[in-house]
Design a protein around this ligand. Structure first.
Ligand SMILES: [Zn+2]
Length: 354
């Protein structure tokens, strides 16, 4: 991996300001105490639709000088796929945040949108001058809107909208990453050709949701993480991935409500976490947050009571990652926690995702 050199010029005050902005992002009490069993009704009415997401991005684009929007391609059913870009300097290191490869995992997208709003405040200038940020919120927009070519009769969410893991063709987009681009589903093809191959990306966090009943040490986790585990990942890419994991782990565990386990994931190159690392030498981290936005299995879908801390968990993750990259502290992050991080245990009936 060729990590880009850059001049360290971020000020401490600007770092502190971003942290302070993040801390007031949600109403008092919204974060709660973290995971607990029983989370209320599964509803999707409080989530952005694809249309309201586009409107939100356009509003932020009009307000934010540093933000640029790019359409990287179309979904199977013709929805434009958006990339939000903060590209201040080509010499800066670049991080990509990817959400909703699986359409039924949306609180990560809600967090990413919240984060975009934060980046629009003038107080984050010291960050944006030292790191380039790419955000794809909702890669699988057809699945997110339940606009798919298969029946959804057994899905749980109340109301007229369902969200599905697969894209409109019923394909799992996170099993496409080892293919030739012409053989990929169009959403993944757009990601590879117009983002992975086009931008010089150093880091990626691929953000998902898992089931609701995973635990370590007898305690439900708020999420689980994993670095690329394919044997063809270069050692320096693996090391950088583990350091990215350390930054995220420390930021979440220090909140008091966050509890992170190690994800028990596969090593195949078809999975984004592995494929992006092998094909493009991108240091990657999978972050599986608790609970899906809709599902046909009751123990997997998450009710709305947990929305607050999971959105907050996403914002905290993105905030910590960009700050550590902007000030180069990621280079000295201690990755040794991986050696003792317990692998999460899934209680019966849980789908593990990725
Ligand atoms: Zn997923």
């Amino acid at each position: 991996m060729n990590f880009k050199k850059k001049v360290l010029s971020v000020s401490l005050s600007s770092l502190m300001t971003l942290s302070a902005v993040t801390a007031v992002a949600l109403p008092v009490g919204a974060v709660g105490n973290g995971p607990s069993a029983g989370n209320g009704q599964v509803t999707t009415s409080n989530l952005h639709t694809y249309e309201s997401l586009v409107s939100y991005l356009e509003t932020q684009d009009a307000k934010q000088e540093r933000l640029a929007l790019e359409v990287i391609g179309e979904t199977v059913n013709g929805r434009d796929i958006y990339l939000a870009k903060y590209m201040s300097n080509p010499k800066n290191p670049t991080i990509l945040f990817l959400t909703q490869q699986h359409g039924n995992e949306q609180l990560t997208t809600e967090g990413a949108l919240e984060f975009i709003k934060h980046l629009g405040t003038n107080k984050t200038k010291g960050i944006l001058e030292n790191v380039n940020i790419l955000i794809i919120p909702m890669l699988n927009a057809d699945g997110a809107m339940g606009d798919v070519n298969f029946p959804l009769d057994d899905y749980l969410a109340k109301g007229d909208r369902h969200l599905t893991r697969a894209n409109a063709n019923g394909i799992d987009l996170n099993r496409e990453h080892d293919k030739k681009t012409d053989s990929m589903q169009v959403e993944v093809k757009a990601l590879h050709e117009n983002v992975f191959a086009k931008y010089d990306i150093d880091y990626m966090i691929d953000i998902h949701h898992q089931g609701t009943l995973s635990e370590t040490d007898g305690e439900l986790v708020s999420g689980s993480i994993l670095y690329p585990t394919n044997a063809n990942v270069k050692p320096e890419v693996l090391e950088a991935s583990k350091k990215l994991g350390a930054v995220v782990y420390n930021s979440i565990e220090s909140t008091g409500w966050g509890h992170i386990g190690r994800y028990d994931g596969g090593s195949g190159e078809n999975i984004g976490r592995n494929g992006a690392a092998v094909r493009y030498d991108i240091a990657t981290l999978l972050f599986e947050m608790r609970g899906m936005s809709d599902h046909n299995i009751e123990s997997v879908a998450l009710g709305q009571k947990s929305n607050g801390y999971l959105v907050k968990q996403t914002v905290t993750t993105l905030d910590a990652a960009v700050r550590a990259i902007a000030d180069d502290s990621i280079e000295t992050a201690d990755a040794s926690f991986w050696d003792t991080l317990p692998t999460q245990y899934n209680r019966p009936g849980i789908e593990s995702d990725e």
